[in-house]
Design a binder for this molecule. Sequence first.
Ligand code: UD1
Ligand code: BG6
Length: 762
Amino acid sequence: MEKLLVGLKRLEYRGYDSAGFAMDDDDDDDEDEEGRKKRNAKKVIIVCREVGKIANLEALARKELFGEDDDDENDANNNNNNNKASSKSNNSSNGRKKSSSSIKPLDFCASIAHTRWATHGPPNKINTHPHTSDSRENEFVVVHNGIITNHAPLRAMLERRGMKFETDTDTEVIPKLCKFLSDKFEESGEKDVTFRQLAMEVTRQLQGAYALVFKSTKYPGELVAAKRGSPLLMGISDDSGEVSCVIDGNLSDGAEEDVLLKKASGNKKRKSMTGGAAAAAAADADTTTTPTTRITTTTTTTNNPKVEFYFASDASAMVEHTKRVLVLEDDDVCHCHDGTYKIYKVEKQKHPHPGYTSGHDSPEYGLYKPVVLSKEVERTIETLEMEVESIMKGEFDHFMQKEIFEQPEAISSTMRGRLVLDVLGAAERVMLGGMSQFAATIRRSRRIILCGCGTSYNSAIAIRQLFEELTELPVTLELASDVLDRRCPFFRDDTCIFISQSGETADTLKALEYAKAKGALCVGIVNTVGSAISRATDCGVHINAGAEIGVASTKAYTCQIVAMVLVALSLSEDSRSKHTRRDDIMQGLLKLPGCVKECLKMDAILLELAQELKEEHSLLIFGRGFNYATALEGALKVKEVALVHSEGILAGEMKHGPLALVDKHMPIIVVCTNDGSYEKQQSVVQQLKARDGRLILIVSDDDTEMEKTAPDAVILRVPKVEDCLQAVVNIVPLQLLSYHLTVLRGHNCDQPRNLAKSVTVE
Ligand code: UD1
Ligand code: BG6
């Protein structure tokens, strides 16, 4: 348990709202492993879950499992409904409380743990991982990082077959499928199905992204880990610090099998050891960061009998125990048992969406034989060269920097399961589960009001034009605090869209309550599942950007825009006249993560520019049309973290005041990528140049005109995307610039002076 809790604590920096673990307990304290096996007695799995900090989970576990609290009896009897999951875990550990000193070391111990950032159902105990096939028996328990996009049809199928679901999560279908298929295999006489085969049959049914670790009373002492789309590392340690399994030799399958069998038959040696001879811990976080630690390769092979395996989505969870890791690849399934492990690669299925439940060989149609083909593969063990502290932020120095670089993956998460592809991989349509019931009402609205604070308000500015174009409704923008100050006239036939990363901003929440009181339909665009705004709105879209820790919002901004593009597309799906435009945007969305990735390659150029600008006291940013928001958001970033005065200006307003500020000392950024505003921006650049302005131009990568217009300007080239998506790409160089300016000026970018991540007071 200590190892699991320490692993979870190491993942705290990623942000989470709840945590849990599952581990073995013996049903008979006085019986050793051998005796238990002879009796064919099942191990009991204890599951413990808690909302909030890891310290809460630890306190609960100490109380419930070890009775380290005087009030434990009362508490154990007083579990209320909200405490359901943990009361279940009480049941599984009932009568088994023991003092830490009386605990007998297990010979084989396989445990799993997880920190959750809710994407699927609010953060409460019931929704916290590990999820189980049945919370009384805990026969199959699973932790999952990622999103299962076809959980709804799977759940419906399993419910039709009599399975009872207990949580709101997408993950719960996984242990339920384990149980369902395992029972069916047994009924069909397939009694020798291994844990690995079972897990492969289960993952075959899943669409979406996952890093999974499975544990079961049916397969005691074993763990299976599987991955597709979400990061998963495996760590290997033993008491000599050497690797104890054959992993990287050039052995044929058969030879490797032999060595592994020999090792397995050396159980005696392992069993004589104390402290859990073969322990496997899995810790996992419900976020999608890919650790990008530098690694070197080793191929050590020894015969040390004491070995521990770790699985985690992030090296920080295991680095205290081992620096020897291997990176699992998509469709890898790793099986740990009897002190050994093997990795198998699932062979690609013939049809494009493996596991779709309507397929002829799906459980729906009663095929209860393992069908997945796989072959054993080798993965190289590498040695992490980093210490815990640096691994927490990956290769990054600050969370702000990390979150800027996470944007390609975060944008993909926002679109996952919502931008539906055809068999050729082209975007076909948009599916927003949470909005579909309300789409007709929104289309009939008199107007749409977009409302938020700070960066979230800027994302509303970025999307306004597309909303107007695709919905053909009047779209107005409101700063949340201003709604309250002005007591805005809102009506029953208005649709108010509230945008918020945290979902807790007091002004936005109050404006939402005000709009509700006026009878308007309230929609949320929110990152934090279970937050006040997400709960109080009639419907909405979670942007699924993952936890954002840096106070300056970066990835939430770009993901909010993407989520709202999806909303605009779904509201206009019936419009024939907009078919071509909608199609162009959808295909553009598919390319967007790649274009943002391209932009991130400009990092060194932006560092150089920041060095040039670091002593400046003021910076102006001009934008218009789709990129007025880029100017405002870029300026907000510079002022809030670099503590440099900066103004984002609508370029059309230049002559009405701002031009007076322009001289040869004033650095001015002009966003002039190639869209409908291009010619007007060219004229803006000419006028600024005529007044000797120090120009920095953000232009499309194929632009040849702007450098002719302003030969002395610093030119920043960004990939050209569909005009309404360009703001997502254009903000990236400005985020990088503000980040580097902050660091060079010696300020704290993650916690800037006087600012808070979540402003929960008016
Ligand atoms: C849901 C799952 C998602 C899964 C997808 C696949 C949740 C939280 N999300 O996503 O993990 O991939 O199904 O089918 O279960 N809502 C509000 N206000 C808000 C935001 C959301 O009321 O501010 C509501 C929505 O209307 C919806 C629910 O919360 O009823 C979940 O929203 P969202 O996660 O965006 O829905 P899906 O995209 O369907
Ligand atoms: C604060 C944050 O000001 O609140 C900003 O520092 C954020 O980064 C703003 O944009 C609004 O927060 P939210 O959570 O409602 O998007």
